[in-house]
Design a protein around this ligand. Structure first.
Ligand code: CU
Length: 116
């Protein structure tokens, strides 16, 4: 009986330690989430476009189309490799401005990121 109570107490203590240890990590992840944005590529379209983000934001482009695409900025500040389905490209915007980009395989596909 005594042993069971001890085991329960130890388990509760372990749980508390795990919860306390994981809390700051979750907060950090939430903070990073504020500076991240997603552009989906589907049906020969970038969305959302224009995408407005703040300086320091990380933008992920993910190809949800069943056709390969890439992302090339008009001012050559970024260029992805050709992405197959479900592959993604990440770029961090460190300077304010308006960045237009396109898919060099299908140049009619264009998008815009506005960095403030
Ligand atoms: Cu394309």
């Amino acid at each position: 009986m005594k042993k069971t109570v001890f085991m329960l107490g130890a388990a509760a203590l372990v749980l508390m330690v795990i919860m306390m240890a994981s809390r700051p990590k979750n907060l950090g992840a939430m903070g990073a989430e504020d500076k991240a944005a997603e552009v989906k590529i589907d049906n020969f379209t970038f969305s959302p476009t224009p995408l407005t983000v703040t300086v320091g934001s990380v933008v992920h482009w993910t190809n949800r189309d069943d056709i390969p695409h890439n992302v090339v900025s008009e001012d050559k500040s970024f260029k992805s490799k050709v992405m197959d389905t479900d592959e993604s490209f990440t770029y961090t915007f460190t300077k304010p401005g308006t960045y237009t980009y396109f898919c060099s395989i299908h140049p009619k596909m264009t998008g815009k990121v506005v960095v403030k």
